[in-house]
Design a protein around this ligand. Structure first.
Ligand SMILES: Cc1cc2nc3c(=O)[nH]c(=O)nc-3n(C[C@H](O)[C@H](O)[C@H](O)COP(=O)(O)OP(=O)(O)OC[C@H]3O[C@@H](n4cnc5c(N)ncnc54)[C@H](O)[C@@H]3O)c2cc1C
Length: 289
């Protein structure tokens, strides 16, 4: 359980980190909280020759109101900080709640939102939340910036739209529309708490209590977190009666090729996706009040 040899760099600015990435290319890995990367290195499933620690860069860990509304969150913000933040609890309560459902206090004190999204673990909690909240991810490389929607960010198993020379800097969460409620519901692994299936839902009500908007992300079920578009379409325009919610939840797994592993069969994951979609949708409606 010893890593292979690597050289360690601790840049003090994003620009310096970006130029180190550009210099070392595929041989380099960024280090954030280390709670996914270091275990992989110890198992020698990742053997970077160069480790670029983002921990010494000031100004990558913050939570603030974004210009024009919503939240701007620095990539090195930890789960514990998200969970405790009054800004997050009021502006994106589902994010604070989901961060509190990650692993245990040790992991939450070290693991970061940027590391979670960039790692794109199929059982990670925050990717589904980022999709449901319509997050935008801001990246930096030498002399360049990009904005990537959460929908486009998760490409495949442990694979994102990040280029090898890009750093994820900031996560922007748009303000929720008026009369919106959100909720994250997961069936977690009893030991690690990773999502066997997790569903994040945002539901918006109009003046009559009908559904005017829905945004739903699913994690754990397949190779990557995805948007449950059929479930959203089933809800929008409805009166959110029981039959509609059951039908919408039942369609949340449409298009997913379900994982089948020691934790759960594909059939069981398909079942859990419907059950947890129903729970998340009902809780989001209740939270919309
Ligand atoms: C025991 C245990 C239980 C866990 N349980 C859960 C759970 O219940 N739910 C859950 O969601 N997760 C869980 N995790 C994973 C945990 O959330 C990790 O912290 C997270 O997946 C990675 O975040 P990190 O900051 O530790 O990133 P690191 O491990 O440092 O990095 C992960 C990857 O992302 C890249 N990276 C990191 N930051 C950036 C950036 N800013 N820009 C570009 N690339 C970047 C790194 O190069 C690396 O490839 C668990 C982990 C452990 C050890």
């Amino acid at each position: 359980m010893v890593t292979s040899a690597f050289s360690y760099h601790a840049p003090t600015s994003v620009a310096e980190a970006a130029s180190l990435l550009a210099e070392h290319g595929d041989d380099a890995k960024l280090l954030a909280g280390g709670h996914s990367l270091i275990p992989l290195m110890k198992l020698r499933l990742a053997e970077p020759g160069v480790l670029i620690d983002l921990g010494k860069i000031e100004g990558l860990s913050y939570i603030r109101e974004a210009d024009g509304g919503g939240l701007a969150i620095g990539a090195m913000t930890t789960y514990a900080e998200l969970q405790a933040s009054e800004l997050v609890r009021s502006g994106a309560p589902m994010l604070a709640d989901a961060a509190g459902q990650v692993a245990d206090a040790q992991v939450r004190n070290m693991g970061t939102i940027g590391g979670s999204l960039a790692h794109a673990d199929p059982a990670g909690d925050l990717p589904a939340v980022a999709i449901a909240l319509n997050a935008e991810l801001i990246t930096s490389s030498t002399g360049d910036h990009r904005t990537i929607s959460a929908d486009d960010f998760f490409v495949d198993l442990l694979t994102t739209a990040l280029e090898p020379n890009e750093i994820l800097n900031e996560i922007r969460i748009p303000a929720l529309a008026a009369n919106s409620g959100s909720a994250y519901a997961k069936f977690g692994n009893k030991a690690s708490h990773y999502a066997i299936v997790g569903v994040a839902a945002v539901v918006t009500l109009d003046g009559e209590g009908n559904c005017s908007g829905a945004s739903i992300g699913v994690t754990g079920a397949g190779a990557k977190a995805v948007r449950a578009s059929d479930a959203e379409a089933a809800l929008v325009g409805s009166s959110l009666d029981d039959a509609t919610i059951i039908a919408a939840a039942g369609s949340a797994g449409n298009g997913i090729e379900f994982n089948d592993d020691v934790h759960a069969s594909a059939e069981y994951r398909a079942h859990l996706t419907g059950v947890y979609a129903g729970r998340a949708i009902r809780a989001a409606i209740a939270n919309a009040g």
